[in-house]
Ligand binder design. Structure first.
Ligand SMILES: Cc1cc2nc3c(=O)[nH]c(=O)nc-3n(C[C@H](O)[C@H](O)[C@H](O)COP(=O)(O)OP(=O)(O)OC[C@H]3O[C@@H](n4cnc5c(N)ncnc54)[C@H](O)[C@@H]3O)c2cc1C
Ligand code: FES
Length: 272
């Protein structure tokens, strides 16, 4: 990163895709035409000028550097203003920030991905990377849950993902026509046969999901440093200066957002 890290770069919205109710994927390109390099699991601070700034995980593959994608749920001030934007409009981007998924460290291992709701966004970046680099990994399994079938993200990509990944889906509430599982994401563990010693689990979702998934993984015998979680905290600077994101002396923006369970053990209940 060069220049003043508080000053955002301008980025043009190249494409906006409806993903699910109140969720859109924005494709962005840095305006000066420069490359945007990042690691899967890192995040950016996005500014909607006149409205403010908020952190979002990058949801696209790190192997594509001339544009990048953010998948965003409409929540409050910044996201509501962003949802009014059109293709060709300009936003501000700072980053990428933080520590991403340990995908190099996980080479040669089986990968279990567990996602809940919008938490699939940073996992999608890892999925797209691993599909491109498929030979580097053993079995790859995705367990993904959303509130209803309509809330499932990236529905039109699942068939492509299934060429390299074993995909398992569940929803909290079914709808007419839904033939898949109904229940929280942990119900999907009974569909898969895992080898904990040879598997790394990457998870991102609501705090309560990550708490129960971690509990399940420990019961199954997963070593603590095979359990990798992406945490969310209220953030401002994204660079370790303001202290807004600290948990037990760690900065989620810099030391995370991706942590090994072994690093946050003892305060997982507060961390998730
Ligand atoms: C590292 C990181 C990555 C993220 N990645 C994504 C992503 O990929 N897609 C996405 O849609 N969102 C993501 N978020 C969450 C997003 O930053 C917040 O939803 C953001 O506050 C939205 O801004 P807003 O101004 O629209 O809403 P606000 O007006 O700030 O807030 C709306 C409501 O959400 C609450 N809130 C705000 N931030 C958080 C938070 N971090 N955790 C819990 N509650 C919060 C507020 O208290 C308020 O009730 C991420 C957050 C972090 C820290
Ligand atoms: S967001 Fe400022 S220190 Fe982490």
């Amino acid at each position: 990163m060069t220049g003043n890290p508080y000053i955002p770069k301008l980025a043009v919205i190249k494409d906006i895709k409806d993903e699910a109710p109140n969720v859109k994927t924005f494709t962005l390109q840095i305006q000066d035409g420069g490359k945007f390099s990042f690691e899967s699991g890192q995040f950016v601070e996005l500014t909607v000028f006149m409205y403010g700034e908020a952190p979002f995980s990058i949801s696209s593959s790190p192997l594509i550097e001339d544009s990048f994608q953010l998948t965003i749920r409409k929540m409050g001030n910044v996201t509501t203003a962003l949802f009014r934007k059109k293709e060709g409009d300009v936003v501000g981007i700072r980053g990428p920030f933080g520590r991403g998924w340990p995908l190099s460290e996980a080479t040669g291992m089986n990968i279990l991905l567990v996602g809940g709701g919008i938490g699939l966004a940073p996992l999608r970046s890892a999925i797209l990377y691993m599909l491109e680099e498929r030979r580097k990994y053993g079995d790859i399994t995705l367990l993904y849950g959303a509130r209803t079938p309509r809330d499932l993200l990236y529905k039109d990509e699942f068939d492509e993902w299934r060429k390299g990944i074993d995909v398992h889906l569940t929803v909290d509430r079914g709808e007419p026509g839904w033939k898949g599982r109904v229940g929280v994401v942990t119900v999907l563990f009974d569909e898969v046969d895992l080898n904990p010693k040879e598997t790394i689990c990457l998870q991102c979702g609501p705090p309560i999901m990550m708490y129960f998934v971690t509990k399940k993984l420990l019961e199954l015998g997963f070593p603590e440093d095979h359990i990798i979680l992406s945490l969310e905290r209220l953030m401002k600077c994204g660079m370790g200066f303001c202290g807004h994101c600290t948990i037990s002396g760690r900065y989620v923006c810099m030391d995370g957002p991706v942590f090994k369970y072994s690093e946050i053990k003892g305060f997982l209940e507060r961390a998730v």
